[in-house]
Design a binder for this molecule. Sequence first.
Ligand SMILES: Cc1cc2nc3c(=O)[nH]c(=O)nc-3n(C[C@H](O)[C@H](O)[C@H](O)COP(=O)(O)OP(=O)(O)OC[C@H]3O[C@@H](n4cnc5c(N)ncnc54)[C@H](O)[C@@H]3O)c2cc1C
Length: 252
Amino acid sequence: MLQTFKTKLVEKKRLAERIYIFKFLCVEPDSLHFEAGQYMILKVPQGDGEYKNRLYSILNTPAKKHDFELLVKLIPGGVASEYLTQLELGAEAIFDGPAGVFTLKEEERHKGRHKVFVATGTGVAPAVSMIEAHLPHHPEEHFVLLWGTPTKKDVYLTEEWEKLEGQYPNFRFAVFLSQEEELSGDEKKHFMLGRVNKGIDALTTAFGLPTGGDIANFDLYVAGDRYIVDSLREYLLSKGADPGHLVLEKFV
Ligand SMILES: Cc1cc2nc3c(=O)[nH]c(=O)nc-3n(C[C@H](O)[C@H](O)[C@H](O)COP(=O)(O)OP(=O)(O)OC[C@H]3O[C@@H](n4cnc5c(N)ncnc54)[C@H](O)[C@@H]3O)c2cc1C
């Protein structure tokens, strides 16, 4: 059931030109219980007691109980984006939540299947929460994150994922840069030129997945802007993905 949370903005961190992490402390109630991959509904005050709702996926794992982080792309002129831009540290913000079913599927039919997360832009937030929360409990299954973002300037959080790779041999990630033309030698370890589809093409041959060479064997989680998720869905199905093992989160 949805709950209403009074929160306080306690941290605002800029990661790229229009990408921020906002951290909110739960004031009333003072703790939040959610499933990795779920979102909160920000209530943007419109005057006269009216609100406009905007949904934001929780970036951190459910291990954190008293605050939560959101990874937000600010859209110039956007209702919530303008509100968040102007929100000062210590200011109150109201959320409903948590909500959403873009969560790791753990029923019997999903057991033993490798998990592949295909995300673009801030669509990576719910994937990160799921990966960090579940990886330690699934040593037999591989987790692969394929993330699409336009340029090197739009890359963030990868240091965290490198640490995760060092810690868990069953985790790999790759970043796909759709608007870059060149990579240095070092960058080639985790970056590739082109769209995230390239990663899908390489799924059965790269990333250390012991797959039997069939994309139908993976649980696939796809998140990002609606039109990209729709096109990735079509692409994955054309490559043989099992629709019963394809979970989607469309942002707008
Ligand atoms: C389930 C779910 C989870 C979401 N999680 C996140 C999240 O973790 N991080 C995040 O940043 N967003 C997330 N979103 C999107 C978010 O809810 C807002 O839609 C987005 O932040 C824009 O809100 P706004 O009020 O600032 O802009 P609006 O006032 O809603 O839009 C202003 C204008 O910008 C256009 N616009 C809206 N979004 C985009 C975009 N991405 N690119 C270009 N133009 C755009 C609109 O069509 C409109 O013309 C999520 C959405 C859903 C449905």
